[in-house]
Design a protein around this ligand. Structure first.
Ligand SMILES: [Fe+2]
Length: 298
């Protein structure tokens, strides 16, 4: 192994050193990196200087890159497009965004616990977020381990959850953060989708919860009961013992497994400091119901 792996927690987060992601990765190293990703779910790569093309090339090793952004670019002109999600606080012109800008209102939802793209029928395998400019105070990213949280559930709850399907919809999470104004194009492209509540990860064989703020109800359950169960599970997963707080350094790439983690951004003074980050999102192989062999009509 030519790179160095340094666990930050025993089984959830590790730092990877002695590696240059700007260079093509030997196949044996990528195989070892994949093993590390299977074990840890969050990998941190400090000290990386990457062009967008290099970021994209490394990301593409993990699977198909998502190309469609959530917001309609006509309603919200973006600084980045296509394969890159802009996780900065900059407008299309590269200046700090306006206080009541649509981007800012929409991205407030990233402060809720979520997993990227679970509101898409084909959800995400992983995200690779690269930071060039970080803020001096706040602006951390917290990650929660949904595998460890599943393992810690009482057996009766595990039995109750087996085979349940939640409805994930971007509108559910955005309503909670105060963003209500999706336009017709966005509503059409982003209908509610089904995702199982418990999934099995094919590479490790481990089971994981799969909840997020995008989940609004549970199919076949009264709305209030489903909502209460989702809230209870999110509260369970985000207990301190399952959470790691990442404090960003400039020129750092962090990748995480969207199949078995949740994350959220913590607050920072986004009208004062510039934060510049871009994310590439990799698609999973199939909808989770399909992966689990659970029939869902929705
Ligand atoms: Fe996210």
């Amino acid at each position: 192994m030519s790179f160095t792996l340094s666990p930050v927690t025993p089984g959830f987060v590790a730092e990877v050193g002695d590696i240059d992601l700007a260079q093509p990765l030997p196949q044996e190293d990528f195989a070892l990196l994949r093993q590390a990703f299977t074990r840890y779910a969050v990998l941190v790569f400090p000290g990386q200087v990457l062009t967008p093309a290099q970021h994209l090339a490394f990301s593409g090793l993990w699977g198909p890159v998502e190309k469609e952004r959530t917001l309609d670019p006509k309603a919200t002109p973006a600084r980045l497009s296509g394969e890159f999600a802009d996780i900065s606080n900059l407008s299309a012109e590269g200046r700090i965004w306006g206080e009541s800008s649509r981007q800012r209102m929409y991205k407030a939802g990233n402060r809720l616990w979520h997993t990227d793209s679970s509101f898409k029928r084909l959800p995400s395998l992983c995200s690779l977020l690269y930071a060039t400019t970080v803020v001096p105070i706040g602006g951390h990213t917290e990650f929660a381990d949904q595998r460890a949280a599943y393992d810690a559930l009482p057996e009766a709850m595990k039995a109750r959850l087996q085979g349940l399907v939640a409805e994930h919809w971007i509108v559910h999470s955005r309503r909670r953060s105060g963003f209500e104004e999706f336009n017709e194009d966005e509503m059409k492209r982003l209908p509610p989708v089904p995702q199982v509540l418990v999934r099995t990860l094919p590479d490790s064989g481990r089971k994981s919860l799969f909840v997020a703020s995008h989940a609004g109800r549970i199919l076949g359950m009264p709305d209030a009961e489903g909502r209460a169960l989702i809230d209870e599970l999110i509260a369970h997963v985000t207990q301190r013992q399952f959470v790691y707080t990442h404090r960003w350094r400039p020129n750092e790439l962090v990748m995480w497994d969207n199949r078995c983690t949740m994350h959220r951004g913590t607050e920072y003074d986004d009208l004062r400091w510039v934060r510049e980050m871009r994310r590439v999102t990799i698609s999973d192989v199939a909808n989770t119901c399909e992966q689990e062999g659970v029939a869902c009509a929705a």
